[in-house]
Design a protein around this ligand. Structure first.
Ligand code: CP3
Length: 346
């Protein structure tokens, strides 16, 4: 396997000087690309990702279109629990929906043991095929963090408050710990399988962790996420830890064991750097909504993010959350050009 260790994205993950600032976009695969809609077909995305040929093509599309510095696997955070038969679908315009939500200890039996090679072999097939086509462009593997996946399993679908999830965490701490432990084992196995198939970095999506106070996060969530990262340490690949509205949690996200911490747009990058210290790389933090504004505004906001990094190594330019579906792809093309043209000066 040609491990592109000198790729700017991987150097930046390791907090090393990378020549240029690497850039990719969360949710770059799927969503806004017309060439995605052209081959996506109808039906659930959970069926689409089971087709390695299609999934490989979707993984490569943004690399070809935008010239980004990394690809991200076309899959979803609920793929492992869906493959285990938990009864999950993804409804367009809604998100993951659970037929029989997690309610009691009996539901733990519906969550494993998880064997990626047996339960969802198409994931590794897609990783192998994509890595074979990507050359020196690294592929990012990913999984949902225990908390965010638990929130879908418990709420039964998207929720603004995550009230049931927090009630279980606080009201049944033993059951909560067992659930997060199961989901940590599943996430670690999923990521390991992707790395073994050729992914050269991983990202753990804890999208909704920012709904928690720091003390609840530290007590109820951090141990499980730390177990995911610890379970991958021997693989030697960089790990990214991401959530939104995590300004107050940033040091804890780093403490879980990630090399890179994802930033949304609510904390200025230089302020986030101060909260994180010099040993952690950062990824983000342009507001995805900015990409819907006229180009001069996009440019001004992007330059502000770049300037706030102050030429330090270990900055991966990205949006603060996923590409919005209505984004004009030509704006992302120009953004990549702008970031690659940015002169790195301390
Ligand atoms: O760049 C990529 O798109 C890579 C693949 C990817 C998908 N989902 C494909 C997808 C990744 C990295 C994800 C992660 C994911 N999935 C997260 C964490 C990231 C985040 O945005 O916070 C979450 C919370 C999910 C759960 C999920 N899946 C949601 C909320 C939705 C949106 C539902 C909707 O239609 O509004 C999905 C569906 C989904 N996953 C799409 C894609 C490309 C939408 C398009 C489709 O169904 O084809």
């Amino acid at each position: 396997m040609s491990e592109p260790a000198s790729a700017p994205f991987l150097l930046a993950c390791r907090n090393q000087p990378s020549g240029r600032v690497p850039v990719w976009f969360m949710r770059q695969a799927g969503r806004s690309l017309p060439e995605y809609r052209a081959i996506r077909g109808t039906g659930s995305i959970l069926d689409a990702v089971r087709d390695p040929e299609l999934a490989t093509e979707v993984t490569l599309q943004p690399v070809h279109r935008y010239g980004v510095d990394a690809a991200i696997l076309y899959s979803d955070i609920v793929v492992p629990v869906a493959a285990l038969g938990f009864g999950v679908d993804i409804v367009s315009g809604v998100g993951p929906v659970i037929e029989r939500p997690f309610r009691s200890a009996a539901d733990l039996d519906r969550l494993g043991p998880f064997d990626p090679g047996a339960h969802c072999p198409w994931v590794q097939e897609t990783v192998r095929a994509a890595v074979g086509e990507l050359g020196d462009v690294p592929l990012i593997g990913f999984a949902g963090a225990p908390f965010t996946v638990a929130s879908y399993l418990i709420e039964g679908g998207p929720s603004r408050t995550l009230a049931r999830t927090k009630a279980l965490m606080l009201g049944e701490p033993e059951l909560w710990a067992l659930l997060l432990d199961r989901l940590a084992t599943i996430a670690a196995a999923a990521l390991r399988a992707q790395v073994e198939a050729g992914a050269s970095a991983v990202q753990l999506f804890d999208s909704w962790a920012g709904t928690l106070s720091p003390d609840l996060y530290e007590r109820g969530v951090l141990p499980a996420s730390a177990r995911v990262f610890a379970g991958l340490a021997d693989l030697g690949v960089p790990a990214i830890h991401f959530g939104v509205t995590t300004g107050e949690l940033l040091p804890l996200l780093a403490k879980a064991g990630a090399h890179v911490v994802g930033l949304d747009w609510r904390v200025p990058l230089d302020e986030a750097r101060q909260r994180l210290g010099p040993d952690v790389a950062v990824q983000g933090n342009l507001d995805p909504a900015v990409c819907l504004a006229p180009w001069p505004a996009v440019e001004e906001r992007a330059r502000d993010v770049l300037a706030r990094n102050g030429g330090r190594p270990g900055h991966i330019f990205n949006l603060g959350h996923g590409v919005l579906p209505e984004t004009d792809p030509s704006v992302l093309e120009r953004l990549v050009e702008l970031v690659h043209g940015w002169e790195v000066r301390p």
